[in-house]
Design a binder for this molecule. Structure first.
Ligand SMILES: *Cc1c(COP(=O)(O)O)cnc(C)c1O
Length: 476
């Protein structure tokens, strides 16, 4: 399988070639030349497979330049019950992404039972093992540089800790993450993990990462890498649980299922789109946003209008606080008939700070063929949804999942199962749960007192030159 760029101007590459990189040289995102197809007979054979075997059935079609035995070993090491152990009562860790029935035809798909209690572990854990494998094979090393406001940084660090050939330099805004998130990251004592607390806000951290990455000489010499949400390895790992969720709530392949996805960078729901393109019988893909509703606006109007970081709201579902959706280009490439010239023209407007309107050329009319629906949620909705879920279903959900559930209920068909993706456990966002319910959610026993562990981090100023020097010192 070869991978092409959404902007049509980069040479086709293999899976291993694109795994460690970010954007294609022409500024686009990589996608396979065509999506692997699963027939009715394939689906029947996949029904009932363990998570790891299902992952192999899917990932081997995308990562076809990794020998089967090696890929099997990587997958078996990644999707183990002891890694996804933070299950709710009545769920089995061996399912990796267990479902929880709320009522008839309404389910949660728990994606957040991994080490950092958010769905990003599902993909990041695989990436850690894939990176280590490819780097070892090629005798290479990498220094991953990233910026985080919480979930991405912790998922990356827990995936990369102790991995051969990999160091992680993670910038976060000093004293701006929750106490729990800070403790999760800073309590790691692994020598290959460097936490840098920047005296600034998240955007300052992101600007430093951009400045360092734009220095091509430094980037090459210090082998600076990234694990951001556009990484193709992360997307394919996420395709797997749509299949797992589908099989969990159906008995036969004639049934259709809808999924509701709390969305920010469009990475999670992009995987749902790809699962659908591969033949999984998905009815609707419901995109749920918070007050940062750039995606909801697009799916309602056909206008894509990124907001700029100055117009991004800080909300109580903070992992969805985005100004533009970095994976959205992948879906639009498919929507415009995989026309790289067209996609390139649209994003030249976006990259210049503008917007585009897909009504004018009739593309928006085709949205229905792809099953997309959308809605948004605000703080009051989220609090009410958390209260409703607690009283109606005796289940405590986090703020992001609440956005998903709120919008799911607006787009439900009585006879089609609706699966809401649970993207974080409530313990991760305690303060909001206390606000909604008057008491804190249960925290997994293993994480009790995590705030009291000794912390390992360095405080630095908003200064890209100083950060480069820091990386030079630590890698020499
Ligand atoms: C990252 C994240 C999201 C948004 O996912 P995208 O792939 O960026 O759309 C939603 N919820 C939680 C808890 C997250 O960490």
């Amino acid at each position: 399988m070869k991978y092409i760029s959404t902007r049509g101007q980069s040479p086709a590459q293999t899976f291993s070639q694109i795994l460690l990189g970010g954007l294609a040289p022409d500024g686009g995102l990589y996608l396979p030349e065509s999506y692997p197809q699963f027939t009715d007979a394939d689906l029947t054979a996949m029904r009932g497979l363990s998570y790891a075997d299902l992952a192999f059935a899917i990932l081997s079609r995308f990562a076809d330049d990794i020998p089967s035995a090696d890929l099997t070993a990587i997958i078996d090491k990644t999707y183990r019950a002891d890694v996804y152990a933070y299950t709710r009562a009545g769920q089995h860790a061996a399912d990796i992404t267990p479902t929880l029935k709320l009522e008839d035809n309404l389910y949660l798909l728990s994606l957040s039972n991994g080490p950092t209690l958010a769905f990003k572990d599902m993909a990041m854990q695989l990436l850690g093992n894939l990176f280590e494998y490819v780097l070892t094979k090629e005798g290479k090393t990498t220094n991953i540089l990233g910026a985080t406001s919480g979930d991405t940084g912790s998922a990356a660090e827990y995936a990369m800790r102790g991995k051969k050939g990999i160091r992680v330099f993670m910038l976060s805004p000093h004293k701006k993450m929750s106490r729990f998130q800070t403790a999760q990251m800073f309590s790691l004592q692994d020598e290959n993990i460097y936490n840098i607390a920047v005296n600034g806000v998240f955007d300052d951290c992101q600007d430093i990462v951009k400045a360092v990455s734009n220095d091509a000489d430094f980037k090459a010499q210090y082998k600076i890498g990234a694990v951001n949400s556009i990484n193709w390895g992360r997307i394919i790992a996420q395709v797997v649980y749509y299949f797992k969720g589908y099989f969990a709530v159906t008995n036969n392949n004639a049934q259709k299922v809808s999924f509701a996805v709390p969305s920010g960078n469009f990475g999670n729901v992009c995987a749902g789109h790809i699962a659908r393109m591969m033949g999984l019988p998905i009815d609707k893909l419901v995109v749920a946003t918070n007050e940062n509703d750039v995606l909801d606006e697009f799916f309602k109007t056909g206008v894509y209008r990124p907001r700029g970081s100055a117009n991004t709201y800080h909300t109580s579902s903070p992992s969805m606080d985005i100004s533009k959706a970095s994976n959205f280009e992948r879906f639009v490439f498919d929507l415009v008939g995989r026309d790289g010239v067209k996609t390139s023209a649209l994003w030249s407007k976006v990259d210049a700070g503008g917007s585009f309107d897909l009504n004018t050329e009739g593309y928006f009319a085709k949205i229905a063929d792809y099953g997309f629906m959308s809605g948004s949620s605000n703080h009051a909705d989220r609090m009410q949804t958390i209260r409703d879920a607690a009283s109606k279903y005796q289940v405590i959900i986090d703020t992001h999942t609440a956005d998903g559930l709120k919008v799911a209920l607006e787009h439900r068909d009585v006879d089609v199962p609706m699966v809401v993706l649970e993207t974080a456990l409530p313990a991760k966002f305690e303060d909001s749960i206390v606000e909604a319910l008057g008491h804190a959610p249960e925290r997994p026993a293993a994480l009790d007192g995590i705030e009291n562990l000794s912390q390992r981090f360095d405080v630095m100023e908003v200064d890209a030159v100083a950060i480069k020097q820091y990386i030079m010192d630590k890698t020499s």
